[in-house]
Write a protein that binds this ligand. Structure first.
Ligand SMILES: *[C@@H]1O[C@H](CO)[C@@H](O)[C@H](O)[C@H]1NC(C)=O
Ligand SMILES: *[C@@H]1O[C@H](CO)[C@@H](O)[C@H](O)[C@H]1NC(C)=O
Ligand SMILES: *[C@@H]1O[C@H](CO)[C@@H](O)[C@H](O)[C@H]1NC(C)=O
Ligand SMILES: *[C@@H]1O[C@H](CO)[C@@H](O)[C@H](O)[C@H]1NC(C)=O
Length: 330
């Protein structure tokens, strides 16, 4: 899915001080420019959450009011049809965002993967959808427009605003529960996200508690443990679902805090961004172990198995964990 390239300046110079200074100045200018180009006030609509009637729901779970008016003027596009059966609406960021640009041009995002998901949903009419790290909601919107119930989790407010707008345009408010939180090992922490207007989908949470929450800070997020969505699943009686996970190396928290969800819901297919860069190897190792222990097999396309020994060198960037009798899907 969206890749995040980290530039590492690795300099071993005799006189590093001047060099370091120059780099620091360059960085400062770069970040100042980056941040100064973001329309900070315009971009935040304090996303209203609803006091939920759901029994036992933790106070930290932000269920977004999908009936709230969207004040901002987004560019929303009608997608192309997939499998001649379903199209939807996606609301975009400005043209700096690579993903939004791509969607604007192609009228679709990750066509092969979304098509595979829809194909699976066609075969299994009782399957709902759980979208963890929804970004602008491409998967959420296709699943909802296809008539499935969707639990969509997204922590970045400008993304939440866009998903809500798309939900309203498609009139699928009754299909979608939009949860405005980040998944973490502890509940109720306030974190910031890093800013990347050129690839909003590559933004990740910075795991350092700021201790304060401001609804006007578009980069502030509140954490929940994954199991905290269980009351929503119980309330809606969601017992079968396909899952998509794209949360920038926070998958480990989904595994460590989500056992009850995996026990309660039959989740035969999990589409996951597999970005096993060196600095995330330990974390992705935990994710690997979690899925294998639960009986999942890693595949390229739900059917072609991937060899676990290659997980950190030759697996593709997106994989499907599958936990079902494949003679029924392949
Ligand atoms: C809510 O939680 C309490 C305590 O864990 C439990 O006894 C009760 O059954 C739960 N209610 C629902 C509706 O899940
Ligand atoms: C919204 O955006 C469209 C397209 O960019 C523009 O034509 C229109 O005037 C804008 N409306 C408002 C209220 O800003
Ligand atoms: C996986 O790869 C290892 C090392 O290349 C090899 O020994 C093993 O046979 C492979 N397993 C399968 C199931 O292909
Ligand atoms: C898998 O499904 C096929 C076809 O429905 C069936 O014949 C086979 O027994 C199943 N295998 C297992 C292990 O359940």
């Amino acid at each position: 899915m969206e890749n995040c390239f980290t530039t590492i300046f690795n300099q071993r110079k005799r006189k590093p001080i001047l060099f370091a200074l120059a780099i620091a100045v360059l960085y400062a200018v770069y970040y100042f420019k980056l941040n100064s180009t973001i329309p900070t006030t315009l971009n935040i609509q304090a996303t209203k959450t609803i006091a939920s009637q759901i029994p036992n729901l933790s106070k930290y779970v932000n269920i977004i009011d999908l009936h709230e008016d969207t004040k901002e003027n987004f560019t929303c596009i009608e997608t192309k049809y997939l499998l001649h059966i379903v199209k939807t609406t996606i609301c975009l960021h400005d043209t700096r965002d690579a993903v939004s640009n791509d969607i604007k041009k192609k009228k679709i995002w990750e066509e092969r993967l979304i098509t595979e998901v829809i194909s699976f949903l066609i075969k299994y009419p009782h399957m709902d959808f759980i979208d963890v790290g929804a970004n602008v909601g491409s998967y959420t919107m296709f699943a909802a427009s296809f008539g499935r119930r969707v639990i969509s989790i997204e922590c970045f407010k400008p993304n939440i605003n866009r998903i809500r707008k798309a939900v309203q345009i498609e009139n699928v408010q009754d299909k979608v529960v939009l949860v405005g939180n980040a998944i973490y090992s502890e509940s109720g922490k306030t974190f910031k996200m890093n800013s990347d207007p050129f690839n909003v989908g590559a933004q990740a949470i910075i795991e350092k508690d700021t201790g304060e929450y401001s609804n006007d800070d578009m980069y502030a997020v509140t954490t929940i443990r994954f199991d905290e969505i269980l009351p929503i699943l119980q309330d809606k009686d969601i017992r079968n679902a396909v899952m998509k996970v794209d949360i920038q190396w926070a998958e480990i928290f989904l595994c460590e805090t989500g056992k009850k969800v995996f026990d309660y819901v039959n989740i035969p297919v999990v589409l996951m961004e597999w970005d096993a860069v060196p600095h995330a190897k330990a974390r992705m190792g935990v994710v690997l172990k979690f899925f294998i222990e639960r009986g999942y097999v890693a595949t390229k396309d739900m059917c072609t198995n991937l060899n676990t020994t290659d997980a950190f060198n030759s697996w593709p960037g997106d994989i499907f964990w599958v936990n079902m009798n494949r003679s029924q899907i392949c």
